[in-house]
Design a protein around this ligand. Structure first.
Ligand code: SAH
Length: 398
């Protein structure tokens, strides 16, 4: 087992870390030079030497690692990971027992006491995502633990950290039997085609499950629906199943066209009855305005950052502008589903973007519903920035 190094935490950070804050922030460590090898275990103490927690060194944008135990005598071995994963699995029992939903998150990083790693369940397969070289160094005991406590057909992984300065493309298969992709999973009865071996994304973002259900059940009947930044069209498929008159999906990536066709097809729908457009949303706003096309329901779910040939988009800076363009092509009494996964701001600021956009376009609005992460994306109160998802349904009155 790895040797545990004792590391001092600055007073400024120690108090909140003692109260449960799990992230080892960049400024927290008095002598960062003592950290040598990612994956090494750290016994964190305050300036007086009082114990704070056991953490590991693993570099992410967010910080230098995570506290993974509050017990001074913790042994970080297979049994340790097995206990963590077992507890995490028990919190998802309801989902495991739901035959209509076969894809969900089972370990949500620090929300389940294991900052730096997530594990998702996809119809019998598990997908592990490693967010640092440090946590990846625990691959062996963590995999052994998952094998002990979970039944699986196969296990896949994605490394979400750079090696030799870049993200390496490799075979993501780890153990068990290989899937034959796409595998078809269900979410509240809706089907999705999933690829666990095809780049960074799998075909669906699991954190939007409740939002997709709300759209299907309460907002789609008879609607002309527009899905901006549509990726594989998961929102469009739900709107169509909910009785939308027409769905229009817009995404700049070429892959979005075949991917969206596939998601309609696996749900037994004729994609030719839907509109799937490969274009920059900012071009599409102009096009729709010129053609005087308006919509009853618009879903707006941009990435936090995006770079196209023409411009860079940042949710923190550009969301208000995006909403103003959306309001312009939304019908009176129409509904906008404003969504963001940007962790740089919270719900309060997000609502301010909505208010500003409505004010600047002289539009009245009322909020119908709000969503944050679903239960399987467990978060802890001590780390509110882990609850990154913000979704607001608003009705606009022109
Ligand atoms: N709403 C999607 C997820 C969006 S992921 C869902 O529910 O599954 C972000 C997507 O935005 C990516 O597919 C990317 O290709 C697309 N994108 C980024 N910049 C864009 C732009 N300027 N115009 C259109 N699509 C863009």
């Amino acid at each position: 087992m790895t040797k545990v190094q004792t590391v001092k935490i600055n007073n400024k950070y120690a108090a909140k870390m003692k109260k449960g804050y799990p992230l080892i922030e960049k400024g927290a460590i008095e002598q960062p030079k003592l950290l040598k090898r990612e994956g090494e275990l750290l016994r964190l103490v305050d300036e007086k030497g009082d114990f704070i927690g056991i953490g590991y060194y693993g570099v992410q944008n967010k910080g230098l690692g995570w506290i993974i135990s509050r017990r001074p005598d913790e042994r970080v071995d297979t049994a340790f990971f097995a206990r963590k994963i077992q507890t995490a699995l028990s919190h998802r029992q309801k989902l495991f027992n739901d035959p209509e939903t076969t894809a969900f998150r089972v370990v949500n990083g620090e929300g389940d006491g294991l900052g730096g790693v997530t594990i998702d369940f996809y119809g019998g397969y598990y997908l592990i995502q490693w967010y640092s070289k440090g946590i990846y160094s625990f691959k062996e005991p963590l995999l052994a633990a998952l094998g002990q406590v979970a039944e699986y057909k196969g296990i896949y992984q994605k490394k979400r950290f750079k090696e030799k300065g870049q993200y390496l493309e490799e075979d993501d298969f780890v153990m068990g039997e290989r899937g034959s992709f796409p595998i078809i999973v269900k979410e509240n009865g809706v089907r999705f085609a999933i690829y666990l071996n095809d780049g960074a994304m799998t075909g669906v973002f699991l954190d939007q499950r409740e939002v997709r259900k709300a759209i299907r059940e309460r907002y789609s009947e008879g609607a002309d629906m527009l899905n901006m930044f549509s990726y594989t069209g998961a929102f469009s498929v739900n709107a169509a199943l909910g009785g939308a008159n027409l769905t229009t999906s817009v995404d700049v990536a070429n892959r979005s066209l075949p991917k969206t066709i596939e998601q309609f097809a696996v749900n037994g729908m004729d994609y030719e009855q839907q509109e799937i457009i490969v274009d920059d949303v900012f071009q599409y706003f102009k096009y729709a305005a010129r053609k005087k096309r308006t919509f009853d329901l618009v879903v707006l779910d941009p990435p936090s950052f995006a770079k196209t040939k023409k411009r860079t988009f940042s949710a923190a800076k550009d969301y208000t502008g995006l909403l103003k363009e959306t309001i312009a092509i939304t019908k009176d009494q129409g509904v906008i589903v404003a969504s963001t996964n940007c962790s740089a701001f919270g719900m309060k600021k997000f609502k301010r973007f909505i208010q500003d956009a409505c004010k600047e376009t002289k539009t009245n609005f009322n909020i119908l519903e709000e969503y944050s992460l679903p239960e399987d994306f467990r978060t802890i109160r001590a780390f509110p920035e882990g609850d990154y998802l913000k979704v607001v349904f608003l009705r606009v009155k022109k």
